[in-house]
Design a protein around this ligand. Structure first.
Ligand code: GLU
Length: 374
């Protein structure tokens, strides 16, 4: 990867089909007010990408920034309870403004408020993923923020740059864009933007310690988010928000912002997480046809090829997949419970409704939630 010329790395960005766009508080709010014009421009730019068949997931900060004034405070608070209260006032104001801006473009938005638990807990992780997939497939733009009103320092992800990197992984996006008040990562002591950073190289000297108005984030958080996304093989761009057309320019390969290019990883971070962080709660054995489809790669596990189900497990648990003779094929996270899978085994993918009385997703184990055993 390291030898790849910058122009090629930039041009590659035009080929993505799903991106996460994180917008910082400083971009959309100032002195306690939301900036309607900036939000409308963003809604327009995101809609243009949607028309180009690119899924966009937004991570938007600004709940605290938009909510402290109505509480009678003059500055964004630092006390936990005040922050929680400010966020609960500001979050719906923020969403109201985004919703209005997107409706002008005939696009619907959805709000998802997450905490660290939603990422760490396998079941909630998978549930969030399914919700997000469904929204995107229906053309809705998910807008995510941390659940600031109810989470405290113990349960928080903490900063939205980090949250955006986790969401990148959660949604299998291929690019993370962090829109900020600055033009990118500046070369120390200058106003020259470093155009490209290899994610594992040291840039600590160039990171100023300045935090945002609301006291979180700053360049350090952005660089560490870029590193996290990079571990999953995903590039990040830090660029200036509040500039109409910025997303288009990024995807056109223009030299804007700082591009963090990842090491070449074969296994995405989420797959590593599946492989390492959990233990298997059961075994599913499949017939020769399904084994072949899994081995060849690219296939999800469907009910038709399932022969037996061993163990009692929940949706989101890790389960081993084996061929009929017990040879390991894969490990992955299941989308249904063990008793449901027993009822579904051998049936067609059109029969969920008949067998269970409901249908959640079409795959017993989605290929994105599966790691093949070599
Ligand atoms: N979730 C916080 C908010 O909406 C912002 C956190 C951050 O800016 O990183 O106010």
């Amino acid at each position: 990867m390291s030898a790849e010329p910058l122009a090629i790395a930039r041009r590659r960005l035009g080929r993505v089909n799903r991106i996460v766009v994180k917008v910082g508080s400083g971009v959309i709010a100032g002195k306690g007010r939301l900036r309607a014009k900036v939000i409308e421009d963003l809604a327009y730019d995101v809609t243009v990408l949607r028309h180009q068949k690119i899924d966009v997931v937004m991570v938007v900060s600004g709940a605290v920034a938009a909510g402290f004034e109505p509480l009678g405070l003059e500055l964004p608070p630092s006390a936990v309870v005040e922050r929680q209260a400010a966020a609960s006032v500001g979050q719906h104001r923020l969403m109201a403004m985004f919703s209005r801006a997107f409706i002008k473009q005939r696009v619907h938005v959805a709000q998802l408020l997450m905490t660290a638990d939603d990422i760490e807990n396998r079941r909630r992780f998978l549930s969030a993923r399914h919700t997000m997939q469904m929204l995107l497939s229906r053309g809705v733009v998910p807008i995510i923020n941390e659940n600031d009103a109810l989470s405290d320092d113990e349960t928080k992800v903490g900063d939205n740059d980090h949250l955006a990197a986790l969401v990148t992984n959660l949604t299998s996006a291929q690019l993370l864009v962090i829109l900020s008040r600055v033009r990118g990562l500046y070369r120390a002591g200058t106003d020259e933007v470093i155009t490209r950073v290899e994610v594992d190289s040291s840039v600590e000297d160039h990171i100023s310690s300045e935090l945002s108005e609301t006291g979180v984030g700053g360049m350090g958080a952005k660089v560490s988010a870029a590193r996290l996304a990079g571990q999953g093989g995903v590039p990040t761009i830090i660029a200036e928000g509040g500039q109409p057309g910025m997303l288009q320019r990024i995807l056109a390969g223009d030299e804007v912002g700082t591009l963090f290019t990842p090491q070449d990883t074969k296994l995405s971070a989420r797959k590593k997480w599946i492989a390492i962080r959990s233990r298997s709660m059961g075994v599913i054995r499949v017939d020769a046809g399904a084994a072949e489809a899994l081995r060849a790669g690219g296939a999800s596990l469907l009910p038709a090829g399932i022969k037996t189900v061993q163990g009692a497990f929940e949706m989101g648990d890790r389960v081993d997949v084996q061929d009929e003779s017990g040879q390991p094929l894969a490990v992955g996270l299941v989308s249904y419970r063990s008793d449901e899978i027993r009822r579904l085994q051998g049936r067609a993918r059109t029969e969920y409704q008949d067998v269970l009385g409901y249908e959640y997703v079409k795959e017993i184990m989605h290929r994105d939630d599966m790691v093949l055993v070599e």
